[in-house]
Design a protein around this ligand. Structure first.
Ligand code: ZN
Length: 303
């Protein structure tokens, strides 16, 4: 199964320089997952031709406006898309009040069920699961409570090698045992191990979303060995004091977390409006973590 991350918005605080605020969609072969939902998310979904009925769940990091102001519009517009499937929304405490208040005051009635789950993660905790993936929340270090999210692909049962089935004349019972990871004992001390007859499994896709946050080493432990790490990089190193004061990180600090977590790829984003051109941020990340990419509106990151 392939995973793609589509960046809908990459700017901090407010739309600027042609970038909207934090918004991403994780695209799998089966379903899509919205991550944060900044203002103008719907414009981007239309612009990049994202089938919004495929969005199965929305994950909100925190309640600052630049991460949620697109959410009421997204929910209420589903009326025009004849949505009937449940929509899962996972976010910090307060998200339910925010959504229900807006729906109530605007007298909006939905033809589908909103499954809202409030999570204030103080450690790594599972918050969502379906046939494609599991999602865990963990605490970030911002001015208000903020959840980071870790998406891990569910591994499929390994397939058996057809050549080995005929060569060893494996029975159905033996195949089931081997697929379950159990070694088969035959007469005359013959043993057949799962490794011998199963196709090697690919390691599962994984994606960690860390926005917004100060530099905090504890984050790395929650996302150890993640395949792709998105970590905010609002400022460059010369503004490290300002970053810390405002609950944000520098590109160098994002790279430091990627290094500690042993992430294979770092993606930076959440750029301060001071940066019309984000090259200095990407250069700084690359200087400390060569495998760094920039998140930018309209760009895809393939896993
Ligand atoms: Zn924030």
């Amino acid at each position: 199964m392939s995973w793609r991350l589509l960046i809908l918005g990459s700017n901090a605080a407010m739309p600027n320089h042609g970038r909207i605020t934090s918004s991403q969609v994780l695209l799998t072969d089966k379903d899509y997952y919205q991550i944060d939902c900044g203002e103008a998310t719907q414009i981007r979904l239309a612009e990049y031709k994202v089938k919004r009925n495929k969005i199965r769940a929305v994950f909100i990091s925190h309640l600052h406006g630049d991460h949620i102001f697109g959410l009421p519009g997204l929910i209420t517009s589903y009326f025009h898309y004849s949505r009937t499937d449940d929509l899962h929304i996972i976010g910090p405490p307060g998200i339910k009040k925010l959504i229900t208040t807006i729906l109530e005051l605007s007298e909006c009635h939905l033809d589908f069920t909103l499954q809202i789950k409030e999570v204030k993660a103080t450690e790594k905790v599972q918050v969502y699961s379906d046939s494609t993936l599991d999602v865990f929340a963990f605490p970030l270090d911002h001015r208000i409570h903020t959840n980071g999210y870790l998406f891990i692909e569910k591994t499929q049962k390994p397939n058996i090698r057809k050549d080995m089935v005929s060569k060893l004349k494996l029975s159905v019972d033996e195949i089931l045992k081997l697929k379950a990871g159990i070694t088969v004992d035959r007469e005359e001390a013959q043993k057949i191990s799962p490794e011998e007859v199963l196709h090697p499994q690919k390691s599962p896709h994984s994606y960690a979303y860390c926005s917004d946050t100060r530099f905090n080493k504890a984050i790395a432990a929650y996302i150890k060995n993640v395949q792709v790490l998105y970590h905010e990089a609002t400022y460059t190193d010369d503004m490290a004091d300002k970053a810390n004061e405002r609950g944000h990180s520098t590109a160098k600090e994002a790279a430091h977390i990627a290094h500690l977590a042993e992430a294979k790829t770092l993606v930076i984003g959440h750029y301060s409006g001071k940066f019309r051109d984000v090259t200095p941020l990407l250069d700084e990340a690359k200087a400390h973590c060569p495998n760094s990419l920039r998140a930018y509106d309209g760009e895809y990151i393939d896993f």
